[in-house]
Design a protein around this ligand. Structure first.
Ligand code: PEP
Ligand code: MG
Length: 346
């Protein structure tokens, strides 16, 4: 708040408001344009949503689909978890409304996402406790109910199942086995469902990022959750303000892990997207393009700005420049190199 602003201050902010309004109008004109880099690489920009009502916001900015539907929001602010029918209706509403993939993440409750309806780890370190897929493998009825609703709703469009917080292959095998069992049950009961829904996993635990090739061989797609990947790799609680100054997407270990996952996906011939906050930050768009990322999923409000970045970038050139960034040991120099990527063509 500026109390009793001088004329010059008022003029400054009035001009800035006009400039911002012009910029927003320019971005809105990009809504129906393709997310293609200057050298012709087609990228895919998807939206992250939390509730079915968020779909309209994703459509307003021309998102090509949903890269992350955080279903745990359906479980919050209530005493009992939603039943199969309620979940079915919610997922179906989203899948039917979206002309593109709808990536539904199975329950990721725990740590920063609490619900009175489901008991999750209250241990000293809930981020390392019984949460997400671990919780689903413990409380199998909860998992099965969600999978039944999801597989049934999938007949309405292009759904994808995404399993969060994978850290070991045995967890993945158990989760895949439950998906198979649920399909078997639905078929036996004569209930209509989509048997071909792709199953992917979130790579957000360092163990999974390091061994991404092993996960890639068993999944239909991968999605990098940088919010948690950064938290776990750098040992920084993402909701602790005292240490958030250490939270650094440009840490060399993070860049190497992202690169490793993208390469593992390419080797296995499966798509890799990135759905953490990094995907919606224009300061990282060129870096991620240079690391080989082709699918970004973000808050809808960020999408047009990211599209503008993509459309003014030369991907091939960025890939060469990014190799040097990956080899850079000095954090200050690395930051400067990323800054320079963003200045090119400005
Ligand atoms: C992530 O961890 O990057 C992510 C997208 O999931 P969430 O923020 O919901 O944990
Ligand atoms: Mg996460």
């Amino acid at each position: 708040v500026v109390a009793a602003p001088a004329r010059i201050t008022l003029d400054f902010y009035a001009r800035r408001r006009q400039r911002d309004a012009r910029y927003r109008r320019m971005l809105l004109r990009l809504k129906d344009e393709p997310a293609t880099s200057k050298d012709g690489q087609r990228l895919r920009l998807l939206a992250n949503i939390e509730l079915p009502s968020d779909v309209s916001q994703a459509q307003e900015v021309g998102a090509e689909g949903i890269g992350l539907y955080r279903t745990e929001f359906l479980f919050m602010n209530r005493d009992e978890p939603p039943g199969e029918e309620e979940q079915y209706l919610a997922y179906r509403e989203v899948i039917a409304a979206v002309d593109g993939p709808v990536t539904i993440r199975t329950l990721d409750l725990g740590a920063d996402k609490q619900s009175d309806a489901v008991r999750v780890s209250q241990a000293t370190n809930p981020a390392l406790g019984l949460r997400a897929v671990r919780l689903c493998l413990r409380d199998r009825n909860l998992f099965r109910t969600q999978l039944r609703a999801l597989l049934r709703a999938a007949t309405a469009g292009q759904a994808r199942i995404m399993i969060p917080m994978l850290s070991s292959l045995s967890e993945l095998e158990q989760a895949l086995e439950i998906v198979r069992e649920v399909k078997h049950d639905l078929a036996r009961e004569g209930i209509e469902f989509d048997s071909k829904v792709p199953v992917g996993g979130m790579i957000e635990v360092p163990a999974a990022a390091i061994a991404a090739d092993l996960f890639a061989n068993r999944l239909d797609f991968l999605s990098i959750g940088t919010n948690d990947l950064i938290q776990y790799t750098l040992a920084i609680d993402r909701i602790d303000d005292e240490v958030n100054y250490l939270y650094d997407p440009l840490h060399p270990s993070i860049l190497r892990l992202i690169h490793n996952v993208i390469c593992a996906g390419r080797e296995a011939g499966i798509p890799v997207s990135l759905c953490g906050e990094m995907a919606g930050d224009p300061d990282y768009t060129r870096l991620l393009l240079g690391l080989g990322l082709v699918e970004f999923s973000m808050e809808p409000t960020r999408l047009l700005e990211i599209k503008e970045r993509v459309r003014t970038s030369e991907r091939e050139k960025l890939m060469g420049q990014t190799q040097q960034i990956l080899g850079c040991a000095d954090p200050a120099q690395l930051r400067m190199m990323v800054y320079q990527l963003n200045q090119d063509g400005e």
